[in-house]
Write a protein that binds this ligand. Structure first.
Ligand SMILES: [Zn+2]
Ligand SMILES: [Zn+2]
Length: 152
């Protein structure tokens, strides 16, 4: 990784369920939070899921590191799905990333302040990461106090 890239991008390891996503958007800016469907007491992240010729709604656990979800369609373990924005239909697949565990495509959710959360599109693969992409000033603030929560 170049010096420049190091400055621009940071990956954070977060203990499971310590952080909860409260603002997630599709790449076009649609709000994906669903207050009416709660998982673990929190508003879930609503996406459309497609597997082969089946399509349905899926609600993701907003607690980072948790993989509970509610899905309309049955997806066999190990299969790769496609995720879309339920509002504008935009694919949530990140064309630039591959899962480091299983090399499946990844999906990305946009967070406030330039953060991105990514997950593997393979059912049953638990690889995902939180990336905060922002200026140096924001980064230094991030490590003061408990401000990480404000990025979610
Ligand atoms: Zn959208
Ligand atoms: Zn994977």
């Amino acid at each position: 990784m170049t010096e420049e890239a190091k400055k621009e991008r940071i990956e954070i390891e977060v203990p499971p369920k310590k952080l909860t996503i409260t603002h997630a958007h599709c790449p076009n800016g649609c709000d994906l939070m669903e207050e009416s469907v709660k998982i673990g007491g929190y508003a879930s992240v609503h996406v459309r899921v497609r597997y082969k010729d089946e399509e349905g709604d899926m609600y993701l656990d907003p607690r980072y590191g948790s993989f509970e979800n509610i899905s309309d369609i049955e997806i066999p373990e190990g299969e790769i799905v496609e995720l879309f924005c339920p509002h504008c239909g935009q694919s949530l697949r990140d064309e630039h990333e591959r899962c480091r565990q299983c090399s499946a495509p990844m999906f990305a959710l946009m967070l406030p302040h330039g953060g991105i959360i990514e997950g593997c599109l393979r059912k049953g693969c638990y690889e995902h990461e939180l990336r905060i992409v922002s200026g140096e000033e924001l980064l230094s603030r991030l490590f003061e106090n408990d401000t990480l929560a404000s990025f979610l």
